[in-house]
Design a protein around this ligand. Structure first.
Ligand SMILES: NC(=O)c1ccc[n+]([C@@H]2O[C@H](COP(=O)([O-])OP(=O)(O)OC[C@H]3O[C@@H](n4cnc5c(N)ncnc54)[C@H](OP(=O)(O)O)[C@@H]3O)[C@@H](O)[C@H]2O)c1
Length: 324
């Protein structure tokens, strides 16, 4: 098949390209930057330069490629700052709404390509009831104000894609190469400086997905996903922040994270961070395992985090004493 990856230079796209090629597919991968085209070529993809918010450019790129499947991996999450959640997610929200509309229109106008789009398993879920949610459980009806637009964009993306017979993949929190949770990554750097604390009791439950598993599940969805469905793509062990964050710190050679009270975190980090760290829910991967015949190579963040290379052995910076 010919697979068109919109947003091929990100953590998910770069891992997915070689896996698709090895499986016998032809891949077109997009970037906004001509300068990144050689890197896509080196991975085995045909590069296409387009901005996902530029409708004519999207229509032209898809028309030129004539793909069988379009994989939407366009986000703008690099450097996301949870203290300014609404502002940090504004561009990603547009890519999840307008960007999705452009890709669906392009698919409908050309080969009728199936669209498989990146969604998220984590903060969108309802924050009441059990700690682990399936695809059938409701999304959060009352997210913190700063997260409302991001929630609406996730809902819109999922409704658009599944309504058109495509598939939405709710990935767990990414870790591994190219993400913030790897050697030199943003979150690891924060941990090294003791600026990534547990908030309150650390009861927020997170589900994770190594980028290798993100890619293998996406391939499995291309091969076996049912039209109109949503699949959670994450490991087998949803876990509260109070468990996974200290373990991550140990794995990357960082000092133990601080614990700060909720009232302080609300001021210093904002309500979105408090919600994520204290009341978010994890996700079950049972449906993806059963229907896609997929299983994660990293079944738990416990061993997965241990594969992250120790960035460097040095003492934490003095800024580590800050109360943030
Ligand atoms: N589930 C998760 O936890 C999750 C999901 C995604 C990202 N992240 C995190 O976000 C950070 C950055 O990750 P990343 O590099 O994969 O994602 P990213 O910076 O959000 O970029 C992803 C892809 O979107 C493309 N893109 C961005 N704006 C675009 C636009 N206007 N039009 C077309 N394409 C556009 C980028 O391509 P070009 O820049 O080449 O145009 C890139 O290929 C990492 O820490 C990662 O872990 C987490």
């Amino acid at each position: 098949m010919h697979i068109f990856i919109a947003g091929a230079t990100g953590a998910a796209g770069r891992t997915l390209i070689p896996m698709l090629i090895a499986d016998g597919h032809t891949v077109t991968g997009t970037t906004r930057s001509e300068a990144k085209a050689p890197a896509l070529r080196a991975l085995g993809a045909r590069p296409a330069v387009m901005d996902g918010l530029d409708r004519p450019a999207v229509l032209a790129a898809v028309r030129a490629a004539q793909p069988d499947v379009i994989v939407h991996q366009m986000t703008a999450l690099g450097g996301a700052d949870f203290r300014r959640f609404a502002r940090s997610f504004a561009q990603t929200n547009r890519l999840r709404t307008e960007g999705t509309e452009h890709l669906l229109e392009a698919a409908a106008r050309t080969t009728g390509a199936r669209v498989i789009a990146q969604s998220f398993a984590g903060w969108p879920s309802e924050r009441t009831g059990g700690p682990v949610k399936t695809e059938a459980d409701p999304l959060d009806p009352d997210p913190p104000r700063a997260m409302r637009e991001a929630h609406a964009a996730i809902r819109r993306l999922e409704a658009l894609v599944t309504g058109a017979g495509g598939i939405a993949l709710r990935y767990g929190g990414f870790y591994g190469p190219g993400t913030g949770l790897t050697a030199g990554g943003e979150q690891v750097e924060l941990l090294l400086r003791r600026r990534f604390p547990v908030i309150g009791s650390g009861d927020g439950v997170w589900s994770f997905a190594h980028t290798d598993d993100v890619a293998s599940a996406t391939l499995a969805a291309i091969q076996a996903g049912r039209p109109g469905e949503i699949y959670n793509v994450c490991d087998d062990e949803p876990a509260p922040v109070r468990e996974w964050l200290p373990h991550l710190a140990r794995c990357v050679g960082a000092p133990a994270p601080r614990t700060i009270p909720v009232w302080l975190a609300r001021v210093a980090a904002g309500p979105a961070a408090v919600a994520m760290m204290t009341s978010s829910r994890g996700a079950s991967n049972a449906k993806a395992r059963a229907e896609l015949g997929w299983e994660p190579r990293h079944a738990s963040w416990r061993e997965g985090f241990a594969t992250l290379v120790r960035p460097r052995s040095r003492a934490p910076r003095p800024a580590a004493r800050s109360a943030r």
